[in-house]
Design a protein around this ligand. Structure first.
Ligand SMILES: [Ca+2]
Ligand SMILES: [Ca+2]
Length: 420
């Protein structure tokens, strides 16, 4: 650029001072103005161009400006609309995703672990209508002071196991005098079991009016705590006992009104008929009640055999200090002939050791020819699998409940045999 300007200055000097100079110097002068006009016209010509364009449009200036403004406004509105639509689409997609996750959770697939709070909520909300229903019957014989509860069948039960099934059985007892609890047989892998079982309770008319029949449907699990599917409570006051009651009712959410959690115990049973040996292995217990100050117990387990309802043989495990989940793995072998095993009851009880005072009973359970429900099932499994140990968890019952059930078994047949 400086190389261009200098020749201009020089040329003007040359132009004004002498005309007699060389004419060759004139050439750049004629060239330079053309380049100068080129650079100076360009910036000024842009507004001029628009001005010319505006003047060419056969409309007044204000009209053109308003057209431009309205156009800009329309474009702005269009952009806004597109933005809002995009946002809504995104929200919808998020919602659909959430719904999908919840459904997967309910179906029990592996993703449950990832969305646990959602699953818990869904599960809680759906429990009301999904427990199933139970057909039962109630009949009172005033002359015999006997209430007969019939557990007929269940339908549309809630699936508690993987694979979408349950192993249902029903527990029946009367409140508040919960001295006797009955259990139906366990039905494997079904949501519509037909029980057709009847249970009789000795109860006077006066206490009948203050009592409630409780029917609890459980899912059996061999190696885990049994899950409650649902329950029914039937108040016995104000019932017309001239008729037999028989009805279907929807199972309700279980309450913990009279439930006393005494813990669970796991043991294995093995019977070898050829050697006449019954082996009981006390494996472990959990969720036991705390009996001592400090929230612990010192549990040990008594293993008793009764033959024809009479105390026969007795052993016990070691004592485990300050624990509510003791592990024993202690084995006891008894001589029991094949003829005797048909008349034997095995009583297993958990006790808390106390150095200064009497030991307290923490829970009890019995198996054998007079047992019912899961206890009978474990016993039957042992007999049908000779030489093979069969282990199972059992929920402990109160000592009073087990004692009364065992002794009641003795009394009821006698009572029926007596002449009236
Ligand atoms: Ca089960
Ligand atoms: Ca103790």
């Amino acid at each position: 650029m400086p190389a261009v300007h200098q020749p201009i200055a020089n040329s003007s000097h040359a132009n004004g001072s002498a005309t007699a100079d060389l004419p060759t110097t004139v050439h750049p002068i004629t060239i330079i103005p053309t380049t100068q006009t080129n650079t100076t016209i360009n910036p000024a010509s842009v507004p001029n161009f628009f001005d010319d364009l505006l003047h060419q449009i056969p409309l007044p200036l204000w009209a053109i400006y308003t057209i431009f403004a309205v156009g800009a406004l329309l474009i702005l509105i269009c952009c806004l609309c597109i933005c809002i639509c995009c946002c809504k689409e995104k929200k919808k997609r998020h919602q659909k995703k959430d719904e999908k996750i919840n459904l997967i959770g309910v179906n029990g697939n592996t993703t449950t672990a990832l969305v646990q709070p959602d699953v818990a909520d869904v599960d809680y909300g759906s429990t009301e209508q999904q427990r199933g229903k139970l057909l039962y019957s109630l009949e009172y014989n005033a002359a015999l002071s006997e209430l007969t509860v019939g557990i007929k069948e269940a339908n549309s039960l809630k699936a508690m196991d993987l694979g979408g099934s349950s192993d249902p059985y029903v527990k029946v007892y009367i409140c508040p005098d919960k001295s006797k609890t009955f259990e139906t047989k366990v039905f494997r892998k079904t949501l519509k079991p037909i029980f057709n079982e009847q249970f009789s309770f000795q109860i006077s008319k006066s206490s009948l009016l203050k009592s409630t029949v409780v029917m609890k449907v459980f899912d059996f699990n061999r190696f885990a705590k049994h899950d409650i599917i649902g329950e029914l409570r039937f108040q016995l006051s104000g019932v017309d006992w001239n008729h037999v009651i028989e009805e279907w009712q929807d199972l309700a959410e279980p309450t913990k009104l009279e439930e006393e959690e005494l813990g669970e115990i796991c043991f294995s049973l093995r019977y070898v008929p050829t050697a006449s040996k019954l082996t009981v292995v006390i494996l472990e217990a959990k969720n036991l009640k705390s009996m001592d100050i400090g929230g612990f117990s010192d549990p040990y387990v008594k293993v008793q055999l009764a033959l024809d309802k009479r105390k026969w043989k007795k052993r016990k495990t070691s004592m485990k200090k300050k624990t509510l989940s003791p592990y024993y793995n202690e084995s006891f072998t008894f001589d029991v002939t094949f003829e005797q095993i048909q008349r034997v009851n095995l009583v297993i009880s958990v006790w808390d050791h106390d150095a200064m005072t009497r030991n307290d009973a923490m829970g009890k359970i019995f198996l054998g020819c007079d047992a019912a429900g899961n206890q009978l099932r474990h016993w039957a499994d042992m007999l049908s699998n000779p030489r093979r140990p069969v282990a199972q968890w059992h929920s402990l019952l109160s000592a009073e409940q087990v004692n009364s059930t065992l002794s009641l078994k003795k009394k009821i047949p006698l009572r029926h045999k007596l002449p009236r």
